[in-house]
Write a protein that binds this ligand. Structure first.
Ligand code: M6R
Length: 606
């Protein structure tokens, strides 16, 4: 998390830094700060909260300097206040940092013994003093090389120096960092998104590398301090996707964009002429793969769970899934005939990246399902399946979830066909249904009024539950995550059949419970489980799909019917009311929908 921007220019940089920080706020919004260099002084301004507070608290137009660094923070060490906000500066050095310095306590002890004074509770401040200390005995490049070696943990850094009027140093280990090239100015940014409004020419640093960014030149070094050459990439321009348009929130826009997300994915992977699926350049022979391991965090993990059901339904492959932060520290049995699939919208999630890195080090077959194709996870995987849903800005993942499950469904269907595990007629039928899915999503999106009417009940409750069986269970988990993330209401997702083994004790009179019971193979079983919670006083919102048959239940509070399709694809449709429920609950409470408290869009710390 945390966002970094640095600009070395021949003109004043403060307004460009502010603009970039606003774009970077999805990475953290606990505090914001800027340091510029002018007339031989480091000028530092910082505020708790949003970039807007920084603008309100300081006269930034008069913050002079042709070189500067800026930061938005997602707090790790030290409470989110203005003292702990970045940059952290001494008289001579100013630093912005994304990541965690794991040996900061030891380093601080050492630096205190050398007479350094600390102002904040952060781990970052040790970097400022360590550089200052190393500069006493080494010239600049050696001091940086030495400092980076002394730091344990993960970091992306931007550093300026009082005595170097046009130099920004960037360094990367674990956390992403990019250099951008502009006319008479160059940039440092924690991702290309921060730089896109200024340039489409980018170089990504690899782990262990650092760089010297000046207004008219950039030099790269490896961890030993040896100069290296790096490629300049040209990014596609999709700037219009970064605007909210007429929508009140990015989340609302991103929910409504889902038919388009699916159309783009379908166009990318489906061969219309032959009613087939195309996955070009798949680097392995089909019989080399005997099992699949899917790994992700949060919503991306729910996509993995969804995929497990499809892979098991459509193929005889062994399928396992794991949460990335667990996988990376487990004693894994790596297997050459396993395809390791990493699911991540941002492609920068630290735990997912670490899990990928572990698999790469063990020479496994790695595949990324990502949205950001320039991301670290995409770049370091053997094979990439992009979800092509355009930038997702709202912290709560919506269209990326549908994009991820679309690609994973397509992959499971294709593998099933290649392994001769599906009858060709069924295969073609499923492809036909898939092509119609965007239309069904479009129609299901029209349920706003139904959802708005019930949203307050969830807000007023102490807690709520989301139940589903089979294909609907991952969607129940995702619905609960959306509600807690946006409305700060306690929400639990459970397999409906599991309630009687404990969670049923939570049900009390009036508790809202969402039951996902589409008319699939599990319908009757789920309805029975629903009766168990109704009997204990729960206020049940039943979400099912349209059917000529009446709903076989009494005493439910409300019901919502989504469009209908084959069983495989119902999870896509069931997701829509849950996204809207979370959205309207948060809207009614007046919460910040695109930036829920304590969270950030891109989680680049472990
Ligand atoms: O960028 P990623 O898909 O790797 O992010 C993983 C999670 O942090 C993310 O899905 C998170 O759970 C969402 N905010 C949930 O809406």
């Amino acid at each position: 998390m945390c966002g970094i921007i640095g600009i070395s220019s021949n003109k004043s940089v403060s307004s460009s830094i502010i603009n970039s920080l606003k774009k970077l706020e999805y990475r953290g919004y606990d505090s914001a700060g800027i340091a510029t260099l002018s007339q031989g002084f480091i000028n530092e301004v910082k505020s708790e909260g949003r970039v807007e507070n920084l603008e309100n608290n300081f006269d930034l137009k008069n913050l002079s300097g042709n070189i500067g660094i800026g930061h938005v923070r997602w707090a790790t060490h030290g409470v989110p206040n203005s003292v702990n906000a970045h940059p952290h500066s001494s008289e001579n050095v100013s630093v912005v940092h994304n990541g965690i310095i794991e040996n900061s306590t030891l380093l601080k002890k050492y630096l205190l013994s050398k007479g350094h004074k600390f102002k904040s509770q952060t781990d970052t401040e040790v970097i400022v003093h360590l550089i200052t200390e190393n500069l006493k005995t080494s010239e600049l490049k050696d001091a940086i090389t030495k400092t980076l070696k002394q730091l344990h943990g993960s970091f992306a850094l931007g550093i300026i120096f009082k005595d170097m009027p046009d130099l920004i140093i960037g360094a990367r280990r674990g956390s992403p960092l990019a250099v951008g090239y502009g006319p008479s100015e160059n940039y440092l940014g924690s991702d290309s998104y921060a730089l896109k409004s200024m340039t489409n020419k980018i170089t990504y640093l690899d782990d262990g590398e650092f760089c010297f960014v000046k207004k008219d030149e950039v030099h790269f070094f490896n961890e030993e301090g040896t100069k290296i050459n790096k490629k300049v990439l040209e990014l596609s321009s999709d700037q219009q996707n970064y605007d909210k348009g007429d929508y009140k929130h990015f989340m609302a826009k991103e929910i409504e964009e889902q038919p388009q997300t699916l159309k783009t994915g379908i166009k990318e992977y489906l061969d219309n002429m032959n009613n087939d699926i195309n996955i070009y350049n798949f680097p392995w022979k089909i019989d080399e793969i005997k099992s699949v391991m899917l790994i992700g965090c949060g919503t991306a993990y729910h996509s993995c769970l969804m995929a497990k059901y499809w892979f098991e339904e459509l193929t005889t492959l062994d399928v396992n899934i794991d949460i990335a932060s667990e996988f990376r520290y487990r004693k894994n049995r790596f297997k050459n005939d396993t395809l390791y699939i990493f699911v991540s919208q941002s492609g920068e999630t630290a735990d997912t990246y670490a899990a990928l890195d572990l698999c790469n080090k063990n020479k496994m077959k790695t595949c990324a399902v990502v949205n950001v194709i320039e991301s670290s996870i995409a770049r370091d995987s053997n094979f990439v399946l992009p979800i092509h849903c355009g930038p997702e800005i709202g912290v709560a993942s919506t269209k990326a979830f549908l994009g991820q499950i679309l690609v994973l469904y397509i992959l499971s269907l294709k593998l099933s066909s290649l392994r001769n595990e599906i009858d060709n007629k069924d295969y073609k039928e499923k492809i036909k249904d898939l092509k119609n899915l965007p239309n069904l999503i479009e129609q299901t999106l029209l349920i706003d009024n139904d959802v708005q009417a019930i949203a307050s009940t969830f807000n007023e409750a102490k807690g709520s539950m989301f139940l589903g069986r089979g294909f609907s269970y991952p969607i129940a988990l995702e619905g609960a995550l959306k509600l807690k993330e946006l409305s700060y209401v306690h929400a639990e997702g459970y397999p409906a059949g599991e309630m009687k083994h404990g969670p049923l004790a939570l049900i009390e009179e009036g508790m809202p419970v969402v039951v996902l019971a589409p008319r699939d193979n599990y319908y009757k079983k789920t309805i029975s489980n629903m009766q168990e919670v109704v009997a204990r006083g729960a206020k049940v919102l039943l979400i099912t799909n349209k059917s000529k048959d009446e709903i076989i239940s009494e005493n439910i509070w409300e019901s919502i019917e989504v469009e209908t399709t084959n069983d495989d694809l119902l999870p896509f449709l069931l997701t829509i009311p849950l996204q809207k429920l979370a959205y309207y609950s948060a809207l009614k409470k007046g919460y910040d929908i695109d930036k829920p408290r304590n969270l950030a869009k891109s989680v680049t710390v472990e």
